[in-house]
Ligand binder design. Structure first.
Ligand SMILES: Nc1ncnc2c1ncn2[C@@H]1O[C@H](COP(=O)(O)OP(=O)(O)OP(=O)(O)O)[C@@H](O)[C@H]1O
Length: 337
């Protein structure tokens, strides 16, 4: 793991057609081989990675997300957050937008991670008969301060009927009157200070195809709406979580940590659970610029409140003096678009 808990990648998207037609011009310049950008001539900003508008999806994945996947398979928790203004390319970068599933060249971070995850697990299973694994998935949406389980038709149905006029019409289903009440999704803290959620469906997946199917199913249920800045704007924060339960020989775990193994050691098995959270945040927005009114404006206020709280958490994680309270092995990356 690198020495910092949070790393930041900046990705700049190409100008959209609408921006080109209104004569918008690039105001950023890039310094070759340096993770730096310049605004105008005098203001420079440095990040852990910078990706210019010509950077292909695969490069973003390999450089920014690939190392986290390796850590995840080693048993560490990892999170990737996509943060940025509405319309800046968060959903595109994460690959949760289902633009064209056949267009593999343009697929984003999540589908690429899923494919490489299973490949890496298969390789480990072939190397050692003692290596066993199970992969689970959950998909949550935080919409207007309410948690919705996107893989549970009961909770997503309840929300659809009560509070989401901007809901993606593709997922609309009018014929669910007999669906029984579902468990509420809640976030709790245990006595040890660990945060966990309850009432969330975790589905077992045995192949990338199955896992991608859940990504597609949940993405179809996500709340989207049209604003002046993005015709298909995500109006919620979405958390796609992959949970890896593995049993592996202790020696292998020690080899990873210390690159050495005592000769003749008896094989002990170690059980580990790690989680990889992929978070596609709703866009930070100025209500004036998105021209949001009514429900869109209410959503915008909830979105900004959530992002403000998240900003406080990230500053706490980045502050060495406050980080000691968080002892979980955790690697994080924030892709700011
Ligand atoms: N790097 C890129 N290359 C090409 N097209 C891009 C890129 N990034 C984004 N786009 C396009 O820009 C548009 C807006 O992107 P996207 O929907 O991902 O934004 P967003 O940040 O998720 O917005 P919101 O917060 O409103 O949901 C989409 O049509 C997307 O295909």
């Amino acid at each position: 793991m690198t020495s910092t808990a949070v790393r930041v990648a900046l990705r700049v998207r190409p100008l959209a057609q609408r921006e080109q037609l209104t004569n918008c011009t690039e105001c950023l310049s890039f310094i070759p081989n340096e993770p730096q950008i310049l605004i105008g001539t005098d203001k420079s900003f440095t990040y852990d990675y910078v990706f210019d508008p010509n950077t292909p999806q695969n490069d973003v994945y390999k450089k920014a997300a690939g190392p986290l996947l390796d850590k995840f398979v080693d048993g560490f928790n990892a999170t990737i957050l996509a943060y940025g203004q509405t319309g800046s390319g968060k959903t595109y970068s994460m690959g949760t937008g289902l633009e064209n599933p056949a267009d593999t060249e343009n697929e984003g971070i999540v589908p690429r991670c899923i494919i490489d995850l299973f490949q890496s697990l298969e390789e480990r299973a072939q190397r050692s008969a003692d290596f066993k694994y199970e992969v689970y998935v959950s998909f949550l949406e935080l919409y207007n301060e309410e948690l919705i389980d996107l893989l549970n038709p009961h909770t997503s149905h309840k929300r659809k009927n009560h509070s989401s006029p901007g809901h993606n019409s593709m997922s609309h289903n009018n014929n669910n009157n007999n669906i029984p009440a579902a468990a509420e999704v809640t976030i709790r803290e245990d006595v040890a200070g660990n945060i966990y959620w309850s009432g969330v469906k975790e589905e077992l997946c045995t192949s990338p195809k199955e896992l991608l199917g859940f990504l597609e199913k949940g993405s179809l249920c996500r709340t989207t709406g049209s604003t002046d800045m993005n015709s298909v704007s995500s109006r919620s924060h979405a958390v796609f979580s992959v949970i890896l339960k593995q049993q592996r020989p202790q020696e292998e775990a020690e080899n990873h940590d210390r690159s050495s193994s005592p000769l003749g050691a008896t094989k002990k098995l170690q059980s580990l659970t790690s989680k990889f959270h992929f978070v596609d945040l709703a866009g930070s927005e100025r209500l004036k610029r998105t021209n949001a009114q009514g429900d869109r404006a209410k959503e915008g206020i909830a979105i900004n409140a959530g992002l403000l709280a998240l900003g406080n958490v990230i500053s706490a994680l980045g502050d060495e003096s406050r980080r000691t309270a968080h002892s979980d092995p955790h690697a994080g990356l924030c892709v700011a678009c």
